[in-house]
Design a protein around this ligand. Structure first.
Ligand code: ACO
Length: 373
């Protein structure tokens, strides 16, 4: 038995993938061979989702078909809406999303794992319905009735419409699409790996996605975007940044939105998200947001001076979602709306050459001993 223990699987390559690659040496990320920066600069969110599932960007006909299929599947059935409304408002929106995916799984009796097209159809159905779940839950917590999806609107416009009853200006919609493109896929991150582990037992797609949502919820992973916003609000005063940070580091706290397991010299997704955030702040921020933006900038500088640790994507995304008007607990569910593409692409890929994922452990408990009489 090997005694080379890699805690956290750090540096371990467990399988191949053709979906994306993270190259830490050059701080780059590609989806299907395309640099994520180029995709974010020139392609729609729907085109990138198609790329992740089908390995290539769609032509005009494929894109129109994809958009029509997505728009046609946004509605939740009456029972589904009732199930979600019965959940306590004290539960986290990620729990609502996890329950919703469980419900969709219970509604779908087909479990032909070998059927790639059927799995992609399930993935598209989840992709279409998750925004409806997130919007319904956001409005429920605000004491507002749900707004049904509008099939004449694109994915992003429809999501704003269902949340707020209106579609913001094109630059805000585009900034939102940028977050969706950047969050969509990131190789064998913790939640994707969780989905692949569950899939490797030949469980069903909904179970794998449910497990992935649970993994993403944690603040060391997707939950960091929500945690970043709480942190910025808690610091509140730009002049408090340095003392707050020194205290946090002295007590060994992890600073949310900083650091990364793979990128050690900066997250490849941050510069493009930073540009989008700067544009949002320049055109849509009030005095309160400008103050938080000053906290944000000073914290980034102070963190680099003290620890030489760079921000990850959750850092600029959090403030961007705040400027767009989303409630803080909705940030990680929006991440799910995006990462559902990467997760399901990996589930399908895992099934094409499945092997049960089952690592070993080095035992450190008591030596074998007799059970006392
Ligand atoms: N705040 C303070 N110190 C940190 C941070 C941080 N955010 N990140 C790393 N460090 C420190 C570690 O404590 C460690 O210090 P030590 O050598 O004195 O023990 C050193 O930097 C090196 O840490 P790594 O081994 O590089 O970190 P690891 O790979 O284990 O952790 C992780 C990566 C979990 C993301 C970590 O950076 C972290 O907790 N960040 C905050 C949470 C966060 O933002 N998560 C989002 C990740 S990206 C995403 O999901 C989209």
């Amino acid at each position: 038995m090997s005694t080379d223990i890699r805690r956290g699987l750090t540096g371990v390559v467990v399988d191949t993938t053709a979906i994306s690659t993270v190259i830490s040496e050059t701080n780059s990320l590609t989806y299907g061979g395309y640099a994520v920066q180029d995709l974010a600069a020139s392609r729609s969110w729907e085109e990138v989702a198609h790329l992740l599932w089908h390995g290539d960007l769609p032509d005009a006909t494929q894109l129109a078909d994809f958009r029509a299929a997505e728009a046609a599947q946004r509605r939740l059935d009456r029972t589904g809406q009732e199930v979600l409304r019965k959940l306590p408002e004290t539960c986290h929106p990620m729990d609502v999303l996890r329950t919703a995916v469980s419900y969709f799984g219970a509604q779908d009796p087909t479990e032909d794992l070998a059927d790639r097209a059927a799995n992609q159809a399930k993935a598209l159905s989840l992709f279409a319905k998750l925004p409806t779940v997130v919007a319904l839950d956001l409005r429920r917590r605000r004491g507002q009735d749900p707004i049904p999806p509008d099939p004449t609107l694109g994915y992003a416009e429809n999501f704003f419409h269902m949340c707020f009853g209106e579609v913001p200006s094109a630059d805000v919609v585009r900034a939102f699409e940028t977050t969706m493109i950047l969050y969509a896929e990131h190789s064998f991150n913790a939640s994707t790996f969780a989905a692949r582990v569950i899939t490797s037992t030949l469980s069903d797609l909904y179970s794998a996605v449910t497990g992935a949502i649970g993994a993403l919820k944690g603040p060391l992973h997707g939950g960091a975007n929500e945690a970043v916003m709480h942190m910025l609000v808690a610091i509140d005063d730009p002049d408090r940044v340095e003392s707050w940070l020194d205290e946090a580091l002295a007590t060994k706290q992890k600073i949310m939105g900083f650091g990364h397991r793979v990128y050690k010299n900066g997250d490849s997704r941050v510069p493009i998200m930073q540009d989008a955030l700067d544009n949002l702040i320049a055109t849509h921020a009030d005095d309160r947001v400008r103050r938080l933006a000053e906290v944000y900038t000073r914290l980034q500088t102070a963190m680099f001076q003290r620890k030489a640790i760079h921000p990850n994507l959750d850092y600029p995304s959090a403030l961007a979602y705040h400027v767009m008007g989303f409630d803080t607990p909705t940030f990680t569910p929006i991440f799910v709306m995006s990462r559902i593409t990467g997760w399901t692409a990996h589930i399908v890929e895992q099934l094409t050459a499945n092997v049960l994922i089952r690592p070993l452990s080095a035992y450190t408990g008591p030596q074998q001993r007799p059970v006392p009489a």
